[in-house]
Each structure stands twice: as structure tokens, then as C-alpha cells.
Design a protein around this ligand. Structure first.
Ligand code: G1P
Length: 263
């Protein structure tokens, strides 16, 4: 049973300058809760109760947010008290997702684990969370798995894109992956959305990669090495992914949450 979630929230947040000079982008609000709250909620509702958040320079607000210190009864509505204790580790230097993830090696040990990006929120269209849908596919396949969705041509350069053979509805066997290709170089329109179910072999490959796209160590490059020697699948899901990674996308997500709010 998968119990561990690793949430990288260590990026510089360049696409949110100047705001992120003094505030982590993961603390941006969607209605009255910060984005990172939704990410932890997604993990907990998916049955993952051992949680590690990878932080870094300037991300202290994320750590403070999950404190029980000063929580009054009013806060019970938000569920923070029900969250499990959260582990934090600091990335020493902000060198990209592929580097940040290496800090989770000891926490992961020999167990399979889920990586959920700290700036991406999912709203499922079924009773199961999106992450749970993916874990259920993993349980059947017993092979590492990443979430994908179709992306428009003009968005391909913003995401990792996979090349794969479709093996059944909503499921592909991955051949290779490219980080943020120009549309003409993209091998498909299947973009990596940021849920990765991995095993600890990934750390061997994270240790082998060289600096990649945008001068950062890329998880996509490690997966590209991984897939040469191991099986990797990709699955789509029922629900919507909100990427909060840029000002425009955050604004769109906020407006949509406002439109759909229940209270
Ligand atoms: C990261 C990954 C990319 C993935 C994306 C999803 O990029 O490197 O492969 O498609 O998350 O949001 P980032 O958004 O951190 O630049």
C-alpha cells in the first residue's frame, strides 16, 4: 500500500516575480486557502499519510502554515488539525525539481511513493481523488506511473511531453519523454501534469542527470534514463488539473474556484 507523498515546493517562482521575492508561490490563495493546503489535502484524501514537503530558501511560510500553534475552533473547518504531521526538508540550493527530489531519498526508503507538485491542484470529477485514481491504476500494473493530459500545441513548451504506445483507453507505455519541447519537436500532445508514482530506483537516475532545460536538473531527464531500463506507464484521469505556476493560470484558477464555490 502506498502511504508516502513527496511534495516539492522549493522552486524560485521566477514566473511570479516580483511577488515571490518575499512569498512562496505555494502560498498563493485559491479562495481562502493557499495552494499548498489543497495539495496536502489531495494527498491525505488519497490515503497518503506520510508526507514530506521539500522547501528551500524563502519558503518558511509553508512550514508555519501547517503548525497547530494558534489554531482556534474556527480553524477546525479547514481540516488542518486533521492533517498528519508533516516532514520538511530544505533543498540547499534551488537547482530544479530533479535536484529537489533527491532530498526525499531517506524519507522514501524502499517504498513506492507519490510525487505531487506543490503548485498544482486537482479537482476530481469522480468520488475518488485524481491521485487515488492513479494509485488504483498503479496497484493493477505494479509499475511506476505518471499522470498526463492532452495539451494544446502552444502549451507544449510549458510541460514535459511523453512519447508512448497506447495500450488501452487512458493508458500508455512510455518510450521517452522530453522536457518543455517546442511544438514541432513534441513527440505527442500528452503533457505531464505532475503526479508521479515512483519507486526508489529513480534516485539512481536522479544522480546521473546533467543540468537540463532552463539550467535546472529535470525530473523528466531522470525519467528518460529510467524508462530505458524499466517500465513506465502514463495514465490520464477524470478531473481537472489547475496549474498555478504562472500569473495568468493562477488568476484563471482563482476565478473558476470563485464561480464554483459552494459556500
Ligand atoms: C514541471 C515538470 C514538467 C511538468 C510540469 C507540470 O515543470 O518539469 O515536466 O509538465 O511540472 O506542471 P515546472 O512547472 O516546474 O516548470
Amino acid at each position: 500500500m502506498i502511504k508516502k507523498a513527496v511534495i516539492p515546493a522549493a522552486g524560485i517562482g521566477k514566473r511570479f516575480y516580483p511577488l515571490t521575492r518575499a512569498m512562496p508561490k505555494e502560498m498563493l490563495p485559491l479562495l481562502d486557502k493557499p495552494v499548498i493546503h489543497y495539495v496536502v489535502e489531495e494527498a491525505v484524501k488519497s490515503g497518503l499519510d506520510e508526507i514530506l514537503i521539500i522547501v528551500g530558501h524563502g519558503k518558511e511560510a509553508i512550514i508555519d502554515y501547517f503548525d497547530y500553534n494558534g489554531l482556534d475552533e474556527e480553524m477546525d473547518n479547514y481540516g488542518i488539525r486533521d492533517f498528519p504531521s508533516i516532514y520538511f526538508i530544505r533543498q540547499k540550493e534551488q537547482l530544479g525539481l530533479g535536484d529537489a527530489l533527491k532530498y526525499s531519498e531517506k524519507f522514501v526508503g524502499d517504498d513506492p511513493f507519490v510525487v505531487l507538485l506543490g503548485d498544482t491542484v486537482y479537482v476530481s470529477s469522480t468520488k475518488k481523488t485524481v491521485t487515488r485514481q492513479l494509485i488504483d491504476v498503479y496497484d493493477k500494473l505494479k509499475s511506476p506511473l505518471i499522470a498526463v493530459e492532452r495539451v494544446k500545441r502552444e502549451k507544449m513548451k510549458d510541460y514535459g511531453i511523453i512519447s508512448g504506445e497506447k495500450i488501452k483507453k487512458n493508458l500508455w507505455k512510455v518510450d521517452y519523454l522530453v522536457e518543455k519541447p517546442e511544438p514541432d519537436k513534441a513527440p505527442s500532445d500528452l503533457g505531464i501534469t505532475g503526479i508521479y508514482i515512483l519507486d526508489n530506483k529513480i534516485f539512481d537516475y536522479l544522480n546521473k542527470i546533467k543540468i537540463g532545460k532552463n539550467n535546472e536538473y529535470q525530473l523528466t531527464d531522470a525519467l528518460n534514463l529510467y524508462v530505458k531500463e524499466n517500465d513506465l506507464h502514463a495514465s490520464s484521469f477524470k478531473g481537472k488539473r489547475y496549474d498555478i505556476g504562472t500569473k495568468g493560470l493562477w488568476y484563471e484558477a482563482f476565478m473558476e474556484f470563485l464561480k464554483n464555490r459552494r459556500s
